[in-house]
Design a protein around this ligand. Structure first.
Ligand SMILES: Cc1cc2nc3c(=O)[nH]c(=O)nc-3n(C[C@H](O)[C@H](O)[C@H](O)COP(=O)(O)OP(=O)(O)OC[C@H]3O[C@@H](n4cnc5c(N)ncnc54)[C@H](O)[C@@H]3O)c2cc1C
Length: 382
């Protein structure tokens, strides 16, 4: 297996590294402190073509490979996890339902502005009573006057409430309410549609720059041309989209782990106790060696899942494995890196503390790690 980057992938990673170091690393911490989504940075990323990463040029994107996307994420996420989280949610779950399942008219109308970086995309699956159990959603769409009447509520929806947001692509139940075999369809609901409202930005432990909200749909009517893809297969469409999202969360986890490893290495070399740098103590060295080793293993899993997708081969199991391994590693590595920093690492003034706060959600979002275990176990034949 060879995961070395092609010339365009390498150039993209370099572009992302420069932008991340010059702009994101310097401006994003203030947005995290103020719990504000830095759409100024996302707009600038759009001007560089980064918001249309996985969308072909025909629809306004740059048609990058999944491997190239992972390499780009490794650079963006090193600088700030909230910006990287908003960006990856837009690139994968926020845009892909329209690219993969929309018709050409829908791609031109909604996907092109997303890919060109003029708008931000959101994916509305989770509800107060349905998270891991996606089949349990209650939001309903009923046929009405050459269109659909949508009623329900979504929660934890990222990127729907910013000044760049266009609306949301959501999943709703169709067919009779009491059906034993419910059907699902996905719809675009634009932000100014009557009856579509949202709550205030939610406050998380980390990812404070990410805009995440509850969305409310009260007799929201959309015409037929807002139905995306097959009217009965919306659930499958959403689950397929999440498979790409898992590679993305794995890549985000790699970037967080690399960031905390770098910070812990620098601190361990500088901090002197008992007359020598703490990096000379074997207990500290073993923590750093373990993080570096696990990171290499997680990196291979993630690039493997990405390269399978690029080759048009099944990648569901590998994406789940990469997400499980890399997110678990990120949460553990962030904790160990704080430990190496001692009290300094506990204080929010230190970058490692911010990464520690950002790490936990990686084990929850886009399918909890328990759900990744289920996906892998099913693929094994359990
Ligand atoms: C910051 C943030 C951003 C998000 N952004 C979005 C977004 O943009 N769009 C969107 O649709 N959603 C989004 N989500 C929602 C996220 O995908 C869900 O939180 C996640 O899927 C888990 O669902 P839940 O929170 O309802 O937990 P639950 O499903 O209620 O799970 C609770 C616990 O039970 C466990 N559990 C559940 N079922 C099983 C089982 N069968 N076997 C073993 N254990 C099980 C879970 O693993 C978990 O530990 C976001 C969440 C967060 C925190």
């Amino acid at each position: 297996m060879d995961f070395s980057l092609t010339e365009p992938e390498r150039e993209l990673a370099e572009l992302c590294r420069d932008f991340a170091q010059k702009e994101i690393a310097t401006r994003a911490p203030a947005a995290w402190e103020e719990a504000r989504c830095p759409t100024d940075l996302l707009r600038e990323m759009g001007e560089l073509g980064l918001l249309g990463m996985l969308v072909p040029e025909e629809w306004g994107g740059i048609g990058m490979s999944t491997v190239g996307f992972v390499a780009a994420m490794e650079q963006i996420g090193l600088a700030d996890q909230s910006v990287a989280a908003a960006w990856q949610a837009h690139v994968t779950i926020g845009s892909l339902p329209l690219f993969l399942f929309g018709n050409d008219e829908q791609r031109d109308r909604w996907l092109r502005p997303l890919a060109e970086g003029r708008t931000l995309g959101a994916f509305g699956l989770t509800e107060p009573d349905a998270g891991s159990d996606a089949r349990g959603i209650r939001t309903r769409a009923e046929r009405r006057d050459d269109g659909w009447l949508i009623n329900g509520r979504k929660t934890f929806i990222s990127n729907a409430g910013t000044d760049m947001s266009f609306g949301v692509t959501l999943l709703a139940r169709t067919g009779p309410a009491d059906s034993q075999a419910p059907r699902y369809a996905s719809f675009v609901v634009e932000k100014d549609t009557p009856g579509f409202t949202m709550g205030a930005k939610m406050r998380g432990i980390g990812w404070k720059g990410l805009d995440t909200r509850e969305l409310y749909f009260d007799d929201v009517w959309v015409p037929d041309d807002h139905l995306v893809g097959d009217p009965d297969l919306g659930l499958g469409q959403f689950l397929r989209t999440l498979e790409v999202g898992r590679i993305s969360i794995a890549a985000l986890s790699l970037s967080l782990t690399q960031a905390v490893l770098d910070l812990a290495m620098d601190y361990a070399r500088d901090r002197v106790q008992f007359g020598q740098p703490i990096s000379k103590f074997q207990a500290v060295q073993f923590k750093l060696a373990d993080i570096a080793t696990e990171l290499e293993a997680a990196r291979w899993l993630t690039y493997r899942a990405a390269s399978l997708r690029d080759a048009g081969q099944p990648f569901q199991k590998e994406a789940a494995m990469a997400k499980l391994k890399a997110s678990r590693l990120a949460a553990w590595a962030a904790s160990e890196a704080v430990q190496i920093h001692g009290g300094v690492g506990y204080m929010l003034e230190s970058p490692v503390a911010r990464f520690y706060c950002d790490a936990k959600v990686l084990e929850i979002g886009e399918g909890t790690n328990e759900i990744q275990h289920l996906v892998i176990a099913r693929a094994l034949g359990c």
